[in-house]
Write a protein that binds this ligand. Structure first.
Ligand SMILES: [Mg+2]
Length: 396
């Protein structure tokens, strides 16, 4: 269709950040995210950190969709140069010349055109970045923030929990609670489990009885270990255990949820992609809350489908980090009570922009909260910082 004076996508570009941006995973000084964290690789000696198996190579890439009127929509995801190749060499043909208001149609075409080699992971990251860039552009063309395009905010202020290693410090900052990285996995045996529970107990002591606490298990556990950990943290009043099992183990997740102690919630989904994957999580009763990441699940268009289905089945939606992309959505959702903020400062005790120096005035929580007025710029309010140097590896 042709609407609103005929603004079209004149160009789409996919780039890696050559300098100026600071991804939380691209850093030089000692950082808590580089410490000991249980992952699926922890069963092998020598892989106790995420960098040890190459998570730090999974760099941020930038999709820009430029309108014939000059406005630029920006989508960010992970996947570096290979994701840029997918955007420039394959998917650009579905975007150039189109009306950005046709984002749902365009995104459906991106899914259908990649089913033979996509469905999860890198290809869906590419789709997500394009979708987010189109939504950003739609807002910029309309002069409206994305939350307004979605039908309006349901609250004036949003609360946040903090993900990081210092629940004491983040509670002091005003966050409603904390999600801790789990340090030890099944390969570390009973001693590791004891240490995990010691960390959980000292976190509870630090934040008091009324604060939210959770462990992020990042796909690292097996069913038996997850059940033992669940028993331990339920006794400490933890709110949830996150992503205990590998994302394809739907049967294992369902079994875990059946056998976990009452009152302890199970969450997952940051490494799930696409509506059909989330439908499986819901239909198989794998979790109490799904956690789509808007940069990885298929973008805002797919997240809206996922959220509608989860709402219909009384499964909560707690989007995984992703900064403004998630905040605009969460502000519009009565059934999502708070948002996540990753403490990306090296020691996890101070609030820094999630995307580092990449964006101009990225909104961050103040006192653990964010006013809706922080999101009043058109689109997602995303503008690349002036010093950012992009490299476009597959400029056709
Ligand atoms: Mg997580």
């Amino acid at each position: 269709m042709q609407r609103r004076g005929g603004a079209r996508v004149a160009a789409i570009r996919a780039s890696v950040v050559a300098s100026g941006g600071v991804d939380p995973r691209e850093r030089s000084e000692a950082h808590w995210l580089d410490g000991r964290i249980a992952t699926p690789m922890s069963v092998y000696p020598g892989y106790e950190t995420t960098a040890s198996f190459g998570l730090d190579t999974y760099a941020t890439f930038v999709v820009e969709v430029e309108a014939t009127t000059g406005e630029i929509g920006i989508g960010l995801s992970h996947g570096g140069a290979p994701a840029c190749w997918i955007v420039e060499q394959h998917l650009a043909r579905f975007v150039t010349g189109r009306d950005p208001d046709d984002v749902a149609v365009i995104t459906d075409q991106l899914w259908r055109a990649t089913l033979h080699y996509g469905r999860k992971g890198l290809v869906v990251n590419a789709i997500s970045a394009i979708d987010l860039a189109l939504w950003d552009l739609r807002g910029k063309l309309a002069g409206e923030p994305v939350h307004a395009l979605l039908g309006g905010a349901v609250r004036d202020e949003l609360s946040f929990y903090a993900t990081g290693p210092r629940p004491d410090a983040t509670r002091q900052l005003g966050f409603i609670g904390a999600k801790l990285p789990l340090a030890y996995g099944p390969a570390d045996g009973d001693d590791g489990l004891r240490r995990n529970l010691e960390q959980a107990a000292s976190a509870r002591e630090a934040v008091g009885d009324d604060a939210l606490l959770a462990f992020d298990c990042w796909m690292a556990l097996d069913l038996d270990y997850a059940l033992r950990l669940a028993d331990g943290v339920a006794a400490l009043g933890f709110t949830w255990l996150e992503e205990c099992l590998p994302p394809d183990d739907y049967a294992g997740m369902a079994e875990l949820r059946r056998r976990a102690p009452r009152g302890l919630r199970l969450t997952t989904g940051e490494h799930e992609a696409g509506f059909d994957g989330f439908r499986l999580l819901v239909d198989m009763s794998c979790c109490d809350a799904v956690q789509p990441d808007l940069r990885w699940c298929g973008g805002l268009t797919e997240a809206l489908r996922i959220a509608a289905y989860a709402d219909d089945h009384a499964v909560q939606v707690l989007p995984h980090v992703s900064s403004v992309y998630a905040y605009h959505l969460v502000f519009t959702r009565p059934a999502t009570p708070y948002a996540e903020f990753l403490m990306s400062s090296p020691d996890g005790t101070t609030v820094q922009p999630y995307f580092g120096a990449l964006l101009v005035d990225e909104p961050v929580p103040v006192g653990g909260r964010m006013r809706l007025s922080a999101l009043d710029r058109p689109g997602f309010g995303i503008e690349l910082a002036p010093g950012t140097r992009l490299e476009r590896p597959f400029d056709p």
